[in-house]
Design a protein. Structure first.
Length: 276
């Protein structure tokens, strides 16, 4: 594990020039491809949730022949069991068999809250699932990595397929220190594109499905990573399939296609060198 958080800060500074240059090249390439049928693909991703729309999502993806990447935590579901409980094992296996990719969202859907001072990296975290949901803890880098790994191992057990060596921090909340710790134990973090936030976490009264669909079709560009969930407790008007299928159809009509994160240019080399 890296010593303290200084390692993450050093690596962040070292990568800054490369990131700026790569970003400029990626933006330029994306601009050239926006109206081309051969444009960079879109990367549709789902995080777990109450799983109430999981079957509908799977049906739409199967009908549209779209492959997605799923980030799983053991969150509470409408059935009362966790989304990585035995009840959901066949669902995860079916998605893997269909060619979707699986990855960790941390076992307890753990929110990073802050880095803590000290020679060794430590973090203040708050799980939002499991027996300790809502309580704050101080975790070492090793403990955080174990929580990532626990979800990944459960997905491997159910699917018979090694998940991608990627993870998504709940809420996208991270720090350079946290990211360095995760990479040290074999996991690269995946966020989402600004236009890729599909809005299914937003309140239905202010952001009805029609508005979310129109906004997504207008703003999504080739190469974007899209984010949705398998059910949001607070949303009264379910996002899928009402938005999901017409969104996929509308993006296809623009000449766009979909791929899993296995082929994403920012992660392909990492995945290839970390055994997935």
């Amino acid at each position: 594990m890296p010593r303290g958080c200084e390692h993450g800060r050093i690596m962040q500074r070292r990568n800054a020039i490369f990131t700026i240059a790569a970003g400029a090249l990626w933006t330029s390439a994306r601009a050239q491809n926006e109206s081309e049928p051969g444009a960079a693909p879109l990367y549709l991703t789902f995080d777990t949730g109450h799983m109430g729309i999981a079957a509908l999502v799977a049906e739409v993806l199967r009908r549209q022949q779209v492959r997605a990447t799923f980030f799983a935590a053991n969150e509470r579901t409408l059935e009362g069991e966790g989304s990585l409980s035995r009840h959901w094992g066949p669902w995860w296996k079916a998605r893997a068999d269909e060619g979707h990719e699986l990855a960790s969202h941390t076992w307890d859907h753990v929110y990073w809250r802050a880095d803590l001072p000290g020679r060794e990296p430590r973090f203040r975290v708050r799980p939002s699932a499991g027996a300790f949901a809502g309580r704050e803890f101080t975790w070492s880098a090793e403990q955080y990595c174990q929580n990532i790994e626990q979800a990944s191992e459960r997905l491997a057990y159910y699917s018979g397929k090694k998940p991608l060596p990627l993870f998504r921090a709940p809420g996208g909340k991270t720090s350079p220190c946290l990211l360095a710790a995760a990479r040290a134990c074999g996991y690269a973090h995946v966020g989402w594109s600004p236009a890729g936030f599909l809005g299914d976490e937003l309140p239905s009264d202010k952001y009805p499905n029609r508005v979310l669909l129109e906004r997504a079709l207008k703003t999504i560009r080739p190469g974007d990573i899209l984010l949705a969930h398998l059910g949001i407790w607070s949303r009264q008007d379910p996002w899928a399939p009402a938005v999901l299928e017409p969104l996929i159809e509308g993006l296809k009509a623009r000449g766009l296609c979909f791929a899993t994160l296995r082929g994403h240019p920012a992660y392909a080399d990492w995945i290839a060198t970390h055994g997935a």
